[in-house]
Design a protein around this ligand. Sequence first.
Ligand code: SAH
Ligand code: SF4
Length: 416
Amino acid sequence: MVSFLIKTFGCQFNELYSAAIADALVRGGNQSVEDLDKASLVIIDSCAVRKKSEEKAFSFLGEAAKTIGARNIVFIGCVASVDRERAVRIAGHGLRIIEGTMSLDAILAVVETLAPIELDDSPPRSLFPTADIELIRGCESYCTYCIVPAARGREISIDGADVLRSALGAVRSGFSELLFLGQNINKYRSSFGGLVGILSQVDAIEGSFWFWFLSSHPANFEPIEVRRLMELQHIEHRLHLPLQSGSDRILERMNRHYTLSQYADLVRPIRDAAGWALTTDIIVGFPGETNDDFLRTIDAVQEFRFDGVFLAKYSDRQGTPSSRMGDKVPQSVIDERHAMLLRVIQDLSREGNQRVAGQVVEVLVLSRQGSDKAFGRSIDGRNVWFSWMGQEPQVGRFMRVLIDHGSKEGLYGTTI
Ligand code: SAH
Ligand code: SF4
């Protein structure tokens, strides 16, 4: 038996892989621990999307190597793929690095040399009530700021029959939510067709469950597809569609292959429908972003009334095309723009959540918080804190909650 610690940075893909590794280790009879001092195996699942996340992974790697030695560390994720040399310099020889391939099988094969594992096809239990399911690996969209194509490599769609088997297995074993994953999920192809094809098959599964998907790319998505997805029975009432910038000039320099007006056409069905939420990713301070470009982004955020925005400060990633652009925005300007846009976003979130007051929303219970409070997520993706009358909330159950009020963080109410 081995005591293991898994440290995860970054995206939902890493969350999924880390959870799957943890589950296989626990089934193999090993024990998960929280302290480096108590661990004899450490797995670091790293993120290279921004400099800050990369530095965090390296700093944890250094600490872990000092504590338990390089030989007992498995270093995976995007940083392992893009900067092997620095990892070895920090940790020393003997570090087990998995680069290039991002397949779970390849990672588990290495982990197995250090601790007994037991494999199982079902979704990681530790993510319950959500089952994360991969649809497409890798990315070939080559946004000029992004390290992901270099780190995760070519796009590989998972076979449609395998996806359906995973989805069916998850619903049968009691998962309440399916989350389908892809860096650019709109490039998915299988014998069932593209994204709409496979999700229509999933929708036909009998049972009480919701599903949604991450992340979409506006350049590979058609308005008719958005409308067809909105007609599905089990789909959550939300779309996450990264805009990145409100300026066509910057979108072009980012190699995004759409204009603001094409984006507007795409989200129109969502904005016209009551009860549907729209969230996005925005980067401020991309090289060459003028004040006018930035004001266009603010205008766009206000026009689309985003229900949630993941706001990032541009971060130079070595080897990306934008890192070679000459007209970098000074850090102080990036910080100012970030603070300004954050205020706009928070005001929109508050207003959006306040508008839900007085309505009854369907909520998936995610956790209990003490004896008289529970936390969940509404069908349109809002955080909900609630108390109850009658039936006790259990994680994974769907409940109807009457919303009393909203704040920028979410909604507050009581079950009916
Ligand atoms: N494939 C997904 C996720 C990519 S990374 C997608 O396309 O949406 C998640 C987000 O991080 C991106 O949408 C982008 O907003 C941000 N990001 C990526 N590279 C970045 C960089 N170099 N600097 C700042 N933010 C970045
Ligand atoms: Fe990066 Fe663009 Fe691919 Fe998303 S679509 S992972 S932002 S290159």
